[in-house]
Design a protein around this ligand. Structure first.
Ligand code: GLY
Length: 575
């Protein structure tokens, strides 16, 4: 029997009915959605969010439940040893807010820590083990969301994640393949071996992964809130684990971690009001620049080569600015007004040749490394009209690879998202990637771009993982919604990407037809067509005109699920 029936049977709630895919309700449109919709990268996480709604919670409770379950069942992508961004729409207050739970650099961060004796970047320190880990932000975000925006106690919303951590879940291909690619690093650490080699060998598809220590850590978080993770037993074990492996964290920097509430970035593109991530994400600024450059043309009236050329040129310019200007706004002055202004975009637009590629080397600046590939996203709408777009991460596959013994907490390797090797001044005297240089307490620049787009007819929540390719996935998603596509078609659409350097268009199979590739090459573009696919877009949509809810879960990474939970009047529970 499905668990929601048990809930209904206990008389706690009898008004919810789960239906797959999409539903059009015969109720008056516009005011409130007919139910709730959740899309995430794992069916158990979508289900945990729906459970929170069935238990009388709102989208913010569902976000806590979904986020925590992803931490358990998708450790390759995110976890409570990492961080994330939560974009919220609070329907009652008619307010959007951006919860920044990005990791912070520990006090031990000094410029030389990540350099070898010749002054070159030491990738092992940057990507693996304790030095690569920032102070985690995700547990604080869950506590903050529950306390300030939710209706349910953490004991309720974390219960499914605790159960699955303790009882286990079936290992799927992506986890097993990812483990194999990181095993050499992961197996260096005792805490990691205790979890992933508990049965004596590497995780295999179909086996059950149990994480009893993680269950206990989540229980402490549910019981004691912030202190359950950042002070006391778990904090002590985290500090000891980091020290044992040669790193340096301090008790006061764990206890001093705080989420930040920030004003989201807003922009207008055609009929759409777009609400998206501000710094320390680079995503919203880049998205704003690209869309404002593109608003000079009616893309749908252009042929594919011309349209792709203009989109690519806009991407190229935005990624260049990202590298130079963006960093943690609590530490550096980000010229946000200028970078997102229509006039600035008009100047960039004027620099685009209508049928010639601009070589990236002609745009001044020192290219810095961009973020890597993992991370996860989920999207939620509830029946009150609340919305959550959340992207969370441990950075690379399985983060730093290190689990602090006795905690189940897999530490992130987000320090690698800083520009760890200081740049040299560019032609204009700007210190290349100085804005994103590491400093104690600073948040590393991110590409995570959880976003809302809203027109008079539709409210849509979307976002994706994929490092520097997050921004262009969200961009292409917005352009596809603007072209009238439905959510499942949007997430399946083949992608292309340009990020200034390398100066080449990456394209998935089917993204650009042969004639378009040829035309782009004739304009001077290098095109790498037929690259392996990337990303994992998760989106939900409320069509206000028909009061229809629907969702899309990216088919590239099987195992995700978009689901709609219809608020329907069921017979009242018997007394
Ligand atoms: N670690 C990926 C990002 O924050 O963009």
């Amino acid at each position: 029997m499905r668990r929601w029936w048990l809930v209904a049977g206990r008389g706690l709630l009898a008004l919810w009915l789960a239906v797959p895919a999409a539903f059009a309700a015969e109720v008056s449109p516009q005011q409130h959605p007919a139910g709730a919709a959740i899309a995430s990268a794992h069916a158990l996480a979508t289900e945990a969010g729906l459970d929170a709604i069935r238990a009388g919670g709102n989208a913010f409770d569902a976000a806590v439940a979904t986020s925590a379950m992803l931490s358990v069942v998708e450790p390759i992508s995110s976890g409570i040893g990492g961080g994330g961004f939560f974009l919220l729409h609070d329907a009652k207050a008619n307010r959007d807010v951006f919860i920044d739970a990005r990791e912070t650099a520990p006090e031990s961060t000094t410029p030389d820590v990540y350099l070898d004796k010749d002054g070159a970047l030491d990738p092992d320190r940057a990507e693996n083990g304790p030095w690569s880990a920032g102070i985690p932000g995700l547990p604080a975000a869950l506590v903050h969301l529950a306390a300030k925006y939710g209706k349910l106690p953490l004991k309720t919303t974390l219960a499914p994640a605790i159960r699955v951590a303790r009882e286990g879940f079936p290992i799927y291909e992506r986890l097993a393949v990812g483990y194999a690619s990181r095993s050499k690093v992961m197996e260096r650490y005792r805490g990691t071996r205790e979890v992933f080699l508990a049965d004596g060998d590497a995780p295999k598809v179909g086996e059950t992964l149990k994480q009893p220590d993680l269950a206990r850590t989540l229980e402490l978080l549910a019981e004691r809130g912030f202190d359950g993770f950042y002070r006391g037993e778990v904090a002590k074990k985290l500090l000891a684990g980091v020290k044992q492996e040669g790193g340096k964290w301090r008790a006061d920097e764990l206890a001093g971690y705080r989420v930040r509430e920030r004003e989201p970035l807003r922009l207008k593109y055609r009929d759409w009001d777009i609400t998206t991530s501000p710094p320390p994400s680079s995503g919203g600024v880049a998205l704003a620049q690209i869309l404002q450059i593109l608003s000079g043309w009616d893309l749908q009236k252009l042929d594919a080569p011309q349209r792709t050329h203009l989109v690519v040129e806009a991407m190229r310019r935005a990624y260049r600015d990202r590298t130079i200007y963006l960093g943690d706004p609590d530490f550096v002055e980000v010229p946000l007004v200028r970078l997102t202004s229509r006039d600035y975009a008009a100047g960039l637009r004027a620099s685009i040749h209508p049928d010639k590629a601009t070589p990236s080397a002609l745009l001044s600046g020192q290219p810095a490394p961009l973020e890597d590939e993992e991370t996860t996203h989920f999207s939620i709408i509830d029946a009150e009209g609340n919305r959550v777009a959340a992207t969370q991460t441990v950075n690379l596959l399985y983060g730093s690879g290190m689990i602090a013994p006795g905690t189940g907490v897999l530490l992130n390797d987000e320090m690698d998202d800083f520009a760890l090797k200081p740049g040299t001044p560019n032609a204009f005297g700007v210190m290349g990637f100085e804005a994103n240089a590491p400093k104690p307490g600073k948040r590393m620049l991110s590409s995570m771009t959880p976003s809302f787009i809203e027109s008079p007819d539709k409210a849509i929540v979307l976002g994706a993982p994929g490092g520097s390719r997050i921004i262009t996935q969200v961009l292409l998603g917005i352009l596809a919604f603007d072209a009238g596509m439905d959510p499942q078609a949007v997430v399946a659409l083949p992608r292309y990407h340009h990020q200034w350097f390398p100066d080449a268009i990456s394209a998935e199979p089917g993204a650009l037809d042969a004639a378009t590739v040829q035309a782009l090459q004739a304009m001077g573009h290098t095109v790498n067509a037929g690259e392996p696919t990337w990303g994992n877009l998760q989106t939900v949509q409320w069509d206000k005109r028909t009061n229809t809810l629907s969702g899309g879960s990216d088919p590239r990474k099987p195992g995700g699920r978009a689901d709609v939970l219809l608020k329907a009047v069921l017979p009242a529970p018997s007394p």
